[in-house]
Write a protein of this length. Structure first.
Length: 282
């Protein structure tokens, strides 16, 4: 390998390892999105990750039933799961919809299940696959520095493999970031309950809904909830959520953005390396 090729591989490995570390840190962090309440009563911020959601709370220290003091701002993390059920199971599951993070699956009523949001599942798959392609790409780059291919197949793999792996990782990570932006407020619509005047005009008997429970309520009571009324209720829920809460990206998303930029440069370096290798062959 010529000096130019060695420099390109070394730089690509350095940037690729940095991108992989940042990507793994982002995957393990619960701070992809942070939601805060804008109006009183104020609430502690809630952070959402790929696997968990966390919030800070004050915990009373007890000993033999006697309170000894309060430990402030203790971070409590739970699985980022939400209750899912069909319209037929609305009456059974609605009242236990907040039990998902603390209830074992076998203890849930029939027809009720705890699942990740589809957008969260998509992020999980995208980031895991991106990490796999990053690792494979780095291994192929390293092999390129320490081995001399003995046949055409090995030459083809070591020449095009790193570029293909890093390009796929770049596409997956970019798609993940687009998904984060597109569903930035999605957890807010599921994690909080909003009393809706569209459903009940009695201010003393307002029923609270999250987005999933509202949709199943409308289907369960389809005879008295028209489509127009449901659309108005969903719009009211989204408006209330956007007025009372705001969501911003956390440092984990920042890490993912930086990692994506680094992978872009690594992909460009692998293209230059491929061109340099072909010119050397000629």
């Amino acid at each position: 390998m010529q000096v130019r090729g060695v420099v390109l591989v070394t730089l690509a490995l350095f940037l690729g390892i940095a991108a992989l570390v940042l990507h793994l840190l982002a995957m393990c962090s619960p701070r992809w999105k942070i939601t805060k309440r804008d109006r009183s009563p104020t609430m502690a911020p809630v952070s959402y990750g790929l696997w968990q959601r966390c919030e800070n709370t004050n915990i009373t220290i007890m000993k033999q039933g006697i309170p000894l003091g309060i430990r402030p701002n203790v971070q409590i993390c739970r699985p980022n799961l939400y209750m899912r059920y069909s319209p037929d199971d609305f009456d059974t599951c609605y009242h236990i919809r907040r039990n998902c993070p603390v209830t074992e699956p076998e203890q849930l009523s029939a027809g009720c299940s705890c699942r990740y949001l589809p957008s969260t599942k998509g992020l999980q798959w995208l980031t895991v696959l991106a990490a796999i392609f990053l690792v494979i790409g780095l291994l192929l780059l390293y092999l390129k520095t320490i081995t001399s291919p003995q046949n055409d197949s090995a030459v083809l793999v070591l020449s095009f493999g790193p570029f293909i792996c890093f390009l796929l990782a770049l596409l997956l990570m970019s798609t993940a970031l687009i998904l984060v932006g597109a569903y930035l407020r999605r957890d807010t619509y599921e994690d909080y309950t909003f009393p809706l005047r569209t459903i009940s005009n009695d201010p003393n008997d307002l029923q609270g809904f999250d987005l999933h429970s509202l949709r199943n309520y409308a289907k369960h009571y389809e005879s008295k909830i028209s489509h127009e009324k449901y659309v108005a209720a969903e719009q009211e829920l989204r408006t209330d959520a956007n007025e009372h809460f705001h969501t911003r990206i956390g440092w984990a998303t920042g890490f993912e953005i930086i990692a994506t930029v680094l992978v872009f440069f690594v992909t460009a370096l692998t293209i230059l390396l491929l061109m340099a290798s072909r010119s050397d062959d000629v």
